[in-house]
Design a protein around this ligand. Structure first.
Ligand code: MLT
Length: 407
């Protein structure tokens, strides 16, 4: 779906006696913004052409700040889940003049036919909704593990590379790595609670994430992987190593740390959990965004990252925060990684897991290589994909093909 935002100016007739845009009018503005995006893309008749109609099953609006007549509002849209017959959209409205967050909306649509029966999302519609996501229709699979469905971007063939995203993001973090390594199969899941994977209310821990991944690999016929984890994905990678070490043939620790949360950090998780309950994902996105990217990051990238984060399901956020708060210290694991080809990568401007963390890990892992990527913050693979992919390709070149990765 087009990422181009839509602009509307607040019309006086839509305002209430207090002079601000009335809450009921927002529903219409969000709807108009969706239609405008269709008009600017495949055409307003996309659904009719495919013989289906998107019926709204659920709509929630969060109001963050008032808007007044003459204010120009900018609407962004992201598809956060694409199921068999339904999909979820997150919309964000900001004031154009100063970028203030005005409102967010989440809508769930079910595709129905003329009789009102739910029908599968047609391929043309799915391809329009999610072309930019690494798990776009053609490469997406939904894999059942432990009673839920995980979305998995699965491309190419050969030995497998498994990429684990950070918090509060999803597999789209790795879109420049998807299918980018000839001779390798890239596997990019959305962890439970994120992206288009199911988001149960309970059942989150580093152990659960790691065991989900092991079950997912079983389900897609992969025995061993080169494992790359960014930030929280790195915490999951450590847990995966603890529980499934024989399945890892090389490791990339990206913008992450081996240490557990400090007492202060654990308190911070509790505060973030309260914020997520109170203000939802958009509030978490506001808080996280300034810490994620290098100073030189383009505005469009920053908006994209914000939209992804603002669409994260709240149960997934709460689960991840608790899992990170309770994760064990993995420092003791590092020396034992001897013999496992390991790359430690960090953005030179990463303020969340700064280069000194990466340097410490690289020193503690016998034989590990360290790469510090200029003009990158906490999301180096997304910010500087060429440099990141070069370093990862060098790790892959050193990985021996001693055992088959697929079965
Ligand atoms: C992440 O990027 O996954 C988080 O910043 C990790 C953390 O909060 O510890």
């Amino acid at each position: 779906m087009t990422e181009a935002p839509v602009l509307f100016t607040v019309y006086p007739g839509d305002c209430d006696t207090f002079g601000h845009l009335n809450q009921a009018a927002f529903l219409a503005y969000f709807e108009r913004a969706r239609w405008q995006m269709l008009a600017g893309g495949p055409g307003m008749d996309l659904f009719e052409r495919a013989g289906v109609w998107p019926a709204v099953r659920h709509a929630v609006i969060d109001y963050h700040a008032p808007a007044y007549p003459g204010h120009t509002l900018r609407f962004h849209l992201a598809v956060t889940r694409l199921g068999r017959t339904s999909f979820t959209m997150r919309q964000v409205a900001r004031r154009e003049s100063d970028d203030v967050l005005i409102a967010t909306a989440e809508s769930v649509f079910v595709c129905i036919d003329k009789t009102g029966a739910a029908v599968p999302v047609p391929a043309e519609v799915a391809a329009f909704l999610l072309p930019a996501h690494p798990a776009a229709a053609a490469t997406t699979r939904r894999v059942s593990v432990h009673g839920l469905e995980l979305a998995l971007d699965d491309r190419g063939s050969g030995p497998a590379l498994l990429f684990l995203h950070g918090y509060p993001l999803d597999g789209s973090l790795w879109r420049h790595q998807a299918g980018a390594f000839p001779g390798w199969r890239t596997l990019i899941p959305d962890l439970r609670g994120f992206g288009r994977s199911d988001a149960p209310d309970l059942g989150y821990s580093m152990a659960t994430y790691a065991d989900d991944l092991a079950a997912m690999l079983d389900a897609v016929g992969v025995d061993e992987v080169v494992l790359a984890g960014l930030s929280m994905g790195g915490y999951v990678a450590f847990e995966f190593l603890r529980r499934h070490r024989p399945r890892v043939r090389a490791l990339a620790l990206v913008d992450t740390r081996a240490t557990a949360d400090s007492a202060e950090g654990r308190k911070g998780r509790e505060i973030a959990m309260a914020d997520a309950r109170e203000g939802g994902a958009p509030l978490i996105a506001e808080q996280m965004l300034p810490k994620l990217l290098a100073k030189s990051a383009p505005h469009a990238l920053s908006e994209e990252v914000r939209t992804t984060m603002a669409g994260a399901p709240v149960p997934g956020l709460l689960g991840a925060l608790a899992a990170m708060r309770d994760r064990p210290d993995s420092t003791d694991l590092l020396a034992g990684l001897k013999g496992l080809p390991t790359l430690v990568v960090v953005g030179a401007e990463d303020v969340l897991t700064p280069p000194r963390e990466a340097e410490g890990m690289a020193k503690a892992i016998p034989g590990a290589k360290l790469a510090i990527i200029p003009n990158a913050g906490h999301l180096a693979p997304l910010e500087q994909p060429e440099a990141f992919n070069r370093h990862l390709a060098a790790l892959l070149a050193g990985v021996t093909e001693s055992r088959p990765a697929e079965r």
